[in-house]
Design a protein around this ligand. Structure first.
Ligand SMILES: [Zn+2]
Length: 318
């Protein structure tokens, strides 16, 4: 049997979309599980190539999983995604699903087995990925029973891939590990550090709520600080001119310019990271989030270039 092959972008998406609802900023009792589908195809060597991943929904109720069923709006999303995937070359389809076990052992629960049955009955090669950010961050496997000792791990990506051994056994079927590979990546301690950085960045930048509103708040806060430096510089230069102390103006302008950069650069870096993270929201949020974030980015760029242009004139205005 072949293995499951995903690329780095898919891995990053799985980490980000799971951590969005379970991270150090959210009280542990409020951690939510997420659920998504994986699109791909099967190559000549029976490897399953994942080409795209879509977070679909999340739930706050532990051990409860929304199923992709006809009476559920999530089913419509999944059907739409799959319909589009069929038109690709080679034609693609739902090859598996992923979900999170925040702070919980990476395994299939009886609900997961039931869900997996649905996938595997349609496609014998279908698989399920289970991710736990604690496993990645702390490099330990959580015990089945609360309080039991954890198992130390080394260079672990935080997830495992499972498939039912014999789906004909229905809900009594047991499951096995499926081999996987992250394309063109060697799982080194550097790679694990990089993955932990995604966890930290998502914790800070990707809220479980509305990303556009959240980013707007952060942006406006930053704009206010920039404005403060700007007006502060303006009145100071005015005073210097009044006092006839114009010799000091260029020095003041230089140091205030640095202050502005200290405020502008971090937001710029955050926007760059968000350019990736905004693609990791749930399918139903996607269009609105991408449009909203692109508009915010434009607004930010315009604000910065305008205020910097005005700033450069302060030194010679009075
Ligand atoms: Zn589960």
């Amino acid at each position: 049997m072949g293995k499951v092959i995903l690329d780095k972008a898919t891995y990053r998406l799985i980490v980000a979309s799971c951590v969005r609802f379970a991270n150090a900023r959210i009280p542990e009792e409020d951690w939510g599980e997420i659920y998504g589908i994986l699109i791909g195809y099967i190559d000549k060597r029976k490897n399953i190539i994942i080409t795209e991943a879509y977070p679909i929904t999340h739930t706050m109720e532990k051990q409860y999983l929304l199923k992709v069923s006809y009476d559920n709006p999530d089913y419509v999303d999944a059907a739409l995604i799959e319909e589009e995937a069929y038109t690709k070359d080679p034609p693609q389809f739902i090859v598996g699903w992923f979900h999170s076990h925040p702070g919980i052992k990476v395994m299939f629960s009886s609900d997961d087995i039931r869900n997996q049955l649905g996938f595997q009955t349609n496609n014998p090669l279908a698989f399920g990925i289970v991710f736990n950010h604690i496993r990645l961050v702390r490099q330990v496997e959580i015990a089945m029973r609360k309080g039991d000792p954890v198992t130390p791990l080394k260079n672990d990506v935080g997830f495992k891939v499972f498939r039912l051994k014999d789906p004909n056994l229905g809900t009594r079927a047991s499951y096995v590990d499926v081999d996987f590979e992250i394309k063109d990546v060697r799982i080194t301690s550097e790679f694990i550090e990089e993955a932990k950085n995604i966890v930290a960045d998502v914790t800070r930048l990707l809220p479980s709520g509305n990303l556009v509103e959240y980013t707007r708040k952060n942006m406006e806060l930053q704009m206010a600080k920039i404005k403060e430096v700007y007006t502060g510089t303006e009145s100071y230069v005015k005073t210097l001119v009044k006092k006839g102390d114009t010799a000091r103006i260029s020095k003041v302008m230089e140091s205030q310019h640095k202050e502005l950069e200290k405020l502008i650069l971090p937001m710029k870096h955050d926007f760059n990271k968000l350019g990736e993270f905004m693609l990791y929201v749930e399918y139903k949020e996607r269009g609105e989030t991408i449009n909203g974030m692109n508009a915010l980015r434009q607004e930010w760029d315009n604000y910065v270039s305008q205020i910097m242009a005005d700033f450069e004139k302060i030194g010679t205005r009075f």
